[in-house]
Structures are given as C-alpha cells and as structure tokens.
Design a protein around this ligand. Structure first.
Ligand code: ARG
Length: 460
C-alpha cells in the first residue's frame, strides 16, 4: 500500500482490505452527489469547533479554505474520486489533508461519519425538496389554468367507467388539484422533521468536547436539533416519510396518467397530448403513443419499491448506526429523481394539452347521463325518490329500445311512466341544465368551478 492509498480509518487493521470487499462496501459512486452538503456540514462543524476553542481561528480558516477549494475542484470535474477512500466523506477529508497538511487532520474532532452522513442526507433532501416543491406548485398552477379555460366544458363523468352524470372538465381538473394540494401539505409537514440536526451525536453517544450544537444548527439553517444522540445517528424516519409522501403523489399522477391514456385513445378521443409529449411506433406508421403518462404510471412502481426498500431496511436494525444504513441512499435518491422528473414533465405536458370539447359533449350525450336529473325533477314534483328512481329506470329502458336519448322522447312518451312529468322537463334533461343545477360548494356547476378556482389561486 502506498501512503496515498492508505485509508484514514485502517490503522487497527494489519491486512489491506480485500479488493472486492473494498468495492462491495464503497458508497462513493452514489453518495458523491452529496459533496456540497458534506462540505457545507464540515464548514459549519469547523466554525463551531473554533467558537468553542477546540480549533484556533487560523486552523478554522485553513480548513474552510481547503474545503472551498475542494468544492471548486469537484464542481469543475478536477477531483479524483477513489473507491479506496470508500465514501464521499473520506474522499473529501483525505483530499483536505493532502491539500492543507496536518491541520486537515483536526476537522473530524468531535464528529463521526455516523452523524456526518445523517446530516448530509438531511441537508441533501432539504435542498432537493426546494425544486420538488416548486415543480409541484407549477403543476398545481397549470391545473388551475386548464380548469379556468375549460370551466364550462362538459364531459361525461364516470363511475365504474360507465357514463354516470355530466360534469365540467374544469371540475375534473380541480379534483386533481385537490389531491396535489394534500400532497403539498404532506411535503411541508415532512420537511419539518427533515430539518433537524443530527451532528454532535458523533458515533452514537455524543462527544467529550464542549460542542455547541445549537450554533451548528443555526449555521446550517436547521430548525431544531435531534435531541437524542442514539436516535440522531439511527433515525431514517424522515427519508421514509418523504418516500411515502412521494408514493402518494406518484399514485395520484399514475391515476391521472391512466385517465390521460384512456382519453387520448381513438375510442375516447377527449384530449390531444401534444406531439412533443408522445412518440411514434417503429412499425405502425399511424401511431401516436402517450409515452409520458405511461412512463409516469410505470415509474410509480419504483417509488413504491423504494418505500418498501427503506421500510424493510430499518425494521430489524438494533440501535444505533449500522452499515445497513448506507443502503438508504440509492432508494432515496431514485425517488427524488423520479419524482422531480415526473412533476416537471407533467407540468409541461398539461400546459399544452388540447381538450376536444365536441367529442366530450357527444360522449356525454350517450349513456343517459341526465337520468338522475329526471328523478330529482320528479322528487321536486312530490314523487318519493325511490318511486322516481323506478319511473326513470323504466323511461331509460324504453329509450334504449327506441334507440333515443331521454331528451329525444316526446312528452307523451315520457308521461306513460308518470303523469307528474310536464313540458318543463326538457330543460332538466339537457347537459347544460344538469351541470348548472349542481350549484353548491364542491358541485360541478361552472359557476362553482369559477369560485373554486378563485379560492385555489389565492391559496397558491
Ligand atoms: N458511507 C457510510 C453511510 O453511508 C457513512 C457512515 C459510515 N460509518 C461507519 N461507521 N462505517 O452510511
């Protein structure tokens, strides 16, 4: 072993690490993406050590300058990552020692990689929550734009994927908006627990140095410190919570994708997703495939997988830190990347979606979507709802035989089923009448959609 290959933590061991074990145990290939956070945490640690007189001001400054130079090297792709140095933490520390000499060896005073890595992951996740949150907001705002454009556009509403009652497309978009609003709440709630400082826990029991953890927390912008050193190094709840937020959000996007895929089929033909978000087929020249929603639906399963990965990773670990925890990063990073990509592509795709109003209207006219309106009409005339339900059932059966819509039946034809039906019935049988009549908080009436959009915009 040459001196430069020598590991920082191997003095106790007399044999060099087996080459394959070195590769097997190394995490630098994937944890190097936290280099900024690692350096940020080290700078705060050194600053705190100086404040409590463990480092002199000159030592602190040399360490900080060295770390900043390393950050520069990594930014500019001039840093040589080494598997032998195992992880991002050791790579940076060994480079620091090479750069500034003896003083560099003082940085790790009162710290362990256990509290260091827990801090880095929290800092990294906190940083990535910023673009995730803003992409989620952009998607919510795009949904409101679509809802506003289509506030009065009529489409068939479905239950069991069978035509149920007419709804407005704006109302349908606002249903997605509501789901994403709850997702945002969940993200903000979990961020509170991400934003807690483990540093100072050292390996597991704390340190013999007079550290000032509150000062370090302040330097790193953490709202609070992890209060128990054992918990601080072993807790990965925050990552699991984030992943469960992400799973719910992906579940919503996946359901939404399912609708977009169905709606863009030739059989429905309700929407056009825009050529930039679809691909062709290598064999069938006529094809325009909804790849983006399909992929988002597909990627949902990897986010669920990551959640289960993390839950299973933690379920049998005794306190405190175990090397198992190194396995938390890849699933967490994959969830972050997948979520961010899915949100970004969704906001872009929805901002150019074309809604085919005429096709939606034609579809709403099929399937007796206003049958409930006829029953409600009879109730207003004094018929009990169950009896009204039966009258309308018979009317629909008759209309199906005649191959006509309810609104196309004559007054006499309708009156064979109830003498309570008058010529004012036809206005309730129209699609426009049907949606306009559902004019209460949370209803599908265009007027309500407008109001809901206004409220949503003021909250955005
Ligand atoms: N690479 C390690 C991880 O990701 C850093 C902590 C290592 N600590 C230790 N005691 N081996 O968890």
């Amino acid at each position: 072993m040459t001196a430069s290959d020598k590991k920082l933590s191997s003095a106790r061991l007399t044999q060099p690490t087996n080459k394959f074990v070195e590769e097997f145990t190394a995490s630098v290939t994937f944890d190097k993406r936290m280099y900024r956070q690692d350096i940020q945490g080290s700078i705060a640690h050194a600053t705190m050590l100086c404040k409590v007189d463990v480092l002199t001001a000159s030592e602190r400054d040399q360490i900080i300058n060295g770390l900043q130079q390393i950050e520069n090297e990594i930014d500019n792709d001039q840093f040589e990552w080494s598997i032998a140095q195992e992880d991002v933490h050791m790579n940076i520390e060994s480079r620091l020692i090479k750069l500034i000499g003896e003083v560099g060896k003082k940085l790790h005073t009162g710290r362990s990689r256990n509290d260091q890595v827990a801090t880095d992951v929290r800092l990294y996740l906190r940083d990535m929550i910023v673009p995730i949150r803003s992409e989620l907001q952009r998607l919510r705002s795009t949904l409101l734009d679509v809802a506003e454009r289509e506030f009065a556009t009529i489409m068939p509403g479905f239950t069991h994927l069978q035509t149920a009652q007419p709804v407005t497309f704006g109302h349908h978009m606002l249903a997605w908006f509501e789901m994403l609003s709850r997702d945002l709440e969940r993200l903000d709630d979990c961020t509170k627990r991400v934003n807690s400082l483990p540093l100072g826990a050292a390996a597991l029991a704390g340190t013999t140095f007079p550290i000032d953890r509150e000062y370090t927390a302040e330097l790193l912008g953490f709202e609070r410190i992890c209060r128990n050193s054992l918990d601080a190094v072993s807790d990965r709840d925050f990552a699991i919570e984030f992943n469960s937020f992400a799973s719910l959000l992906m579940m919503h996007l996946s359901r939404f994708s399912e609708e977009l895929i169905i709606w863009s089929s030739a059989q429905f033909d309700f929407v056009d997703l825009g050529d930039a978000f679809c691909t062709g087929s290598s064999i069938m020249p006529q094809k325009k495939n909804p790849d983006v929603p399909e992929l988002v639906r597909g990627k949902t399963s990897r986010v669920y997988g990551n959640l289960f990965n993390l839950l299973t990773l933690m379920k049998n670990q005794p306190l405190a830190y175990n090397k198992d925890n190194q396995e938390d990063k890849e699933p967490l990073f994959d969830t972050i990347d997948t979520l961010l990509g899915s949100l970004r592509v969704y906001a872009d795709m929805l901002s150019v979606i074309t809604v085919k109003k005429d096709n939606m209207r034609l579809a709403a006219l099929k399937g007796y979507a206003t049958a409930t309106d006829l029953a409600d009409y009879l109730v207003r005339k004094g018929v009990a709802f169950r009896d009204a339900h039966e009258v309308v059932g018979l009317s629909v059966a008759f209309a199906i035989k005649q191959q006509k819509d309810l609104s196309a039946l004559t007054l006499q034809e309708l009156q064979q089923f109830s003498d309570q039906i008058g010529d004012d019935v036809f206005s309730v049988l129209t699609l426009e009448g049907s949606v306009a009549a559902r004019n209460h908080l949370g209803g599908t009436a265009p007027e309500q959609v407008k109001k809901a959009i206004q409220i949503a915009r003021s909250e955005l």
